[in-house]
Each structure stands twice: as structure tokens, then as C-alpha cells.
Ligand binder design. Sequence first.
Ligand SMILES: NC(=O)c1ccc[n+]([C@@H]2O[C@H](COP(=O)([O-])OP(=O)(O)OC[C@H]3O[C@@H](n4cnc5c(N)ncnc54)[C@H](O)[C@@H]3O)[C@@H](O)[C@H]2O)c1
Ligand SMILES: N[C@@H](CCO)C(=O)O
Ligand code: NA
Length: 436
Amino acid sequence: MIEYRNLRVAVLGGGSVGSQVASLLLEHREELAARAGAGLELVGVAVRNPDAARDTDIPRELITTDADALILGADIVVELIGGIEPARTLILGALGSGADVITANKAVLASHGPELFEAAEQVGAQLYYEAAVGGAIPIIRPLRDSLAGDRVKRILGIVNGTTNYILDRMDTQGDSLEEALAEATRLGYAEADPTADIEGYDAAAKAAILASLAFHTTVPLDAVHREGITALTRDEVLSAREAGYVVKLLAVCERIDADGVEGVSARVHPALVPLSHPLAAVHGANNAVFVEAEAAGSLMFYGAGAGGVPTASAVLGDVVSAARRHVAGGPGVAESTHANLPILPISSATTRYHVILEVADEPGVLATIAQLFSEHDVSVEAVSQTVPDGQEGSRPTATLVIVTHEAAESALAATVTSLAASPVVSSVVSVLRVEG
Ligand SMILES: NC(=O)c1ccc[n+]([C@@H]2O[C@H](COP(=O)([O-])OP(=O)(O)OC[C@H]3O[C@@H](n4cnc5c(N)ncnc54)[C@H](O)[C@@H]3O)[C@@H](O)[C@H]2O)c1
Ligand SMILES: N[C@@H](CCO)C(=O)O
Ligand code: NA
């Protein structure tokens, strides 16, 4: 039997992900040791309430409420508490003591990443975070390592399982947002506060992490434009389908040229994706990250983006990587932010738009509306009109669906303002971006 050096692993948090990580570390102990080249000894699981019900059986003697004491003497610390504090302080404490840290916590990375990476670099430790974006899907390593020799142009990501699950149920089963959210929470996909999911904060944190990695630039969370899914109606989802699209909450990270200045833009919002695009086939709580790179072309990374067991897979991959690094010796690899491109506001982005208007059904209306688009330099690609049957009252209305060619956000925003003020427009029913 091979004698391995022993590495002490401390797990902080015993919830959906932490309980699975602890159990898998115990269950696959020998196999993991053979892969890592070192024994991985689970020295404890720090929890808030030792008597809380858990998804797996963790031996009682491993459970503690003293996270600080557990960190002391650990070689590898796995942070699965979530949120900013005490996660941030515990991660800094662990790095300060020379431990490698593994986290699934996108919130703390997106808001305090530079501070945490700097703390790791100071002591030659490494911070691993594969589980923080796309759950089980390998996406951090591919961006960091496999694509390190290429130039990423754009990333379109479905990076929040809860909202994808909700939109999919609204689209395919006619659920309301509330019904679908309750089910996503029961299945362990949603954050402790699901506002983070449905208002796009979780996806924005992941967008900041992806954009930073892809463009070798620190992209702060507050530079990510964010819109959630709470204002979306079932009618918008259905009308998108009729027009050949599906509605997805997308994280769009791109390298853009604004008046000769190369910069980075990151935004999260609902968008229409053509049914023929690979992202349209991402159902349930699955995630997918579609990467467009100069030499590699288009790549798609797809799989389980949430759930305790799949996420534990990504965490354990990082544990094995950290153990191998300990065995090999030498300092960790610092984050690459050498490009430090300027971060451009959403007004610099360009995309296509799908606009639904309720208008007066009278001669000349179409010409007036076409004129408003053209005045703002927004070119129309397609228009369709439906007139409801059996209208009563003096002023009949029609519904116009307009799809534009690529246009600047600022130009579209000005067009919408003019449309809303126009006497021939009864209401601007919906404005959604079209991506992919
Ligand atoms: N659940 C998923 O599908 C998923 C997927 C990817 C990433 N993540 C991330 O993984 C992390 C953990 O998520 P989760 O779903 O397991 O959350 P969870 O709420 O199920 O578990 C968090 C646990 O931390 C414990 N905790 C809170 N404060 C603590 C403290 N001071 N000391 C010790 N323990 C404390 C809580 O009691 C709870 O058991 C989060 O950062 C989350 O964003 C989760
Ligand atoms: N709440 C998150 C968990 C995975 O990060 C989601 O729904 O995707
Ligand atoms: Na991942």
C-alpha cells in the first residue's frame, strides 16, 4: 500500500453543497488520495447549527461551530457558507495562514475578488473557484488555462439555474413565476435569498467573474449592467416563441470597440435567443456558457449549473488540484489582469431588439413609426402586424412587432422614448434584446 503524505481539509458550511462535499470526501477517500498524490483528511465541518437537518450524514465528531479554530492547521479550506461575511473574513484568515482556499461563492469573489487574490499571492497560496460559475460545468479552468493562448471575443452565458428553470417552466408548462420559483427553491437551486436569482444579482456576479477571466481585466460587480426577470410576463414569453425565439436570462460579456477604444462590456438581462441557437436548447436548471474566441471559434460548455451534488463535483476537482499543488510545491498562479481594458457602459453596447407596440390602426401609422426608428438611426429588419377581432370603441388598435438590425443601446433608448410620446402609440408593450 502506498503511503501518502496527509493533507488536512476543513469544510466551512454544511448546507446543500457543503454536506455533499464532506460526504464525498469521506466516501471516496482512497480514490481521491490516489489522484491527488496525498491523503485528504476531512478534519471538520464548521456549521452554524450542529443540530440542523442535513442532506447527508456527517459524523457528529467532525461537526463544529468554531470555524476559526478549524482553519488553524488546515492545508486546504473549502468555503461553502456563501454571502459576504463571515465568508470573506474566513477566506482571508485561511489564506493568511498559508492554506489554499476553495470557494463556490461568486458573491464574495465578484465583490472582493482583488482583495482575496492579492491575499493569496502575498503568501504564495491559491484560491480556486470552479464551482462559483456554472456549478459542475468546467468553465473557470477552460477560460484560465485552455483558452489562455487565444483571444476571447464574447461570452453568452446562461449562468443562473433558478431563472432558467423558471423561464423554462413559464415557456413549456405555463407556470407563473411564483410557482416555478417555489419548486426551484425546494430542489436546492435557489440562493438563500432568491432575490439574488430572480433580480439577476447572482448572474451579474458570475458575469463579473467570467469577464475578468476572459479579458484579463478586473471587472467590478458594479460595472455589470443588471436586469432581472421579475418584469417579464408570460405573454412576452409566448409571443417570443411565436416569433421563433425563447427568452433566457443571459450574461453577455464582450470585447467592444467604442469610437476606436477597445473595452469590455458586461451585462445581464432577459434576451430573446433564436430557437436555432444552441443556448435555446438549455432547459431546466442547466447552465451553458457559449464562448466565441478568435482562433477557437465557438465553444459551448453545458451541464448542471446548480444543485448540491453536481456543485460538489466541481469543488472536489478543485480540492484535488490544490492537493496536487501542495505535493508539487511552489507558489500558486496569480490571476491574470494584465490587459486592464476600460469597462464600457451599457450605452456603448450594440445589439438587435424585439419591440412590441400597441398602436392606432389608422392610415399613416406605420410610416410615422418607421420614421421614428429612422430618425434615431435604428434600422428595422422585420415588422409584423396583428389586428384583434371584434374591437369595440371609436379607435381600433393593432399590435406591431418590430425586430431591428443591430443598433446602439443609446439609439434604441432614444427611439423608445419617442415612441412612448407619439400620439399614434397607445403603449410600448415590450422591449427585449435579441442575442445569438
Ligand atoms: N446550491 C447550489 O446549487 C450552488 C451552486 C453553485 C454554487 N453555490 C454556492 O455554494 C455556496 C453554498 O451554497 P449552499 O447552496 O450550500 O448554501 P446553503 O444555504 O445550503 O448552506 C450554507 C451553510 O452555511 C452555514 N453557515 C452560515 N453561516 C455560517 C457560519 N458563520 N459558520 C459556519 N457555517 C455557517 C449555514 O447554516 C448553511 O448550512 C454559496 O456560495 C452558493 O452561492 C451553490
Ligand atoms: N442559485 C444559483 C446556484 C448556482 O450558483 C443558481 O440558481 O444558479
Ligand atoms: Na463551474
